[in-house]
Design a protein around this ligand. Sequence first.
Ligand code: SF4
Length: 214
Amino acid sequence: MPKRPEPPDTAAPLIPENAALPNLREAAANCQACDLHKTGTQTVFGEGSPRSEVMLVGEQPGNYEDLEGRPFVGPAGRILDQALAEAGIDRNLVYVTNVVKHFKWIGVGKRRIHAKPNAREIAACRPWLDAEIAAVKPKVIVCLGATAAQALLGKNFRVTLQRGQFVESPLAPFVMATVHPSSILRAPDEETRHVELERFVEDLKKVAEVVSRR
Ligand code: SF4
């Protein structure tokens, strides 16, 4: 019996050279560079203006994003929108995306529960994120959560220790990591949720300050 062909290790061969966002999005829709194209409903590419000054990078699309085909449209996205508004960041200046563009999940009963992408899947998908960064050229990149932070800033980066601090990076003039908004939703009680949201807004206010500098 013929062996099933292995998926390529990286999306790199699929990336059109010097492509604008619409071309990248179109090319990514057919990506099969890792096995996650089999679990996700569709590629969930980044979204926002090519002139965005801020790029927010999460881990991967969730259940809602997978079904709708758009990033940060579920409950975590609503927390993000609230925090951006409280921090005074114009949502129209923000491009949102993820390090992995298909939803990875495990079935628990009838529910699809988030599963963390592995290093191979993150590496396979990375060329799409690099192409988005090259197309948008954001002034500020904010990694949301440990997966994005470690993918972009190194595996030794600890969000718990270094959140809210701008760090040196060739990716953009200002790069910071903070928590993923879904972690705020998972807070054990309302008071903790409120405190965590406030801390998240404080981190985003530093981004707003940098964006306001001319
Ligand atoms: S997760 Fe990324 S690399 Fe894997 S199939 Fe989807 S778009 Fe391609």
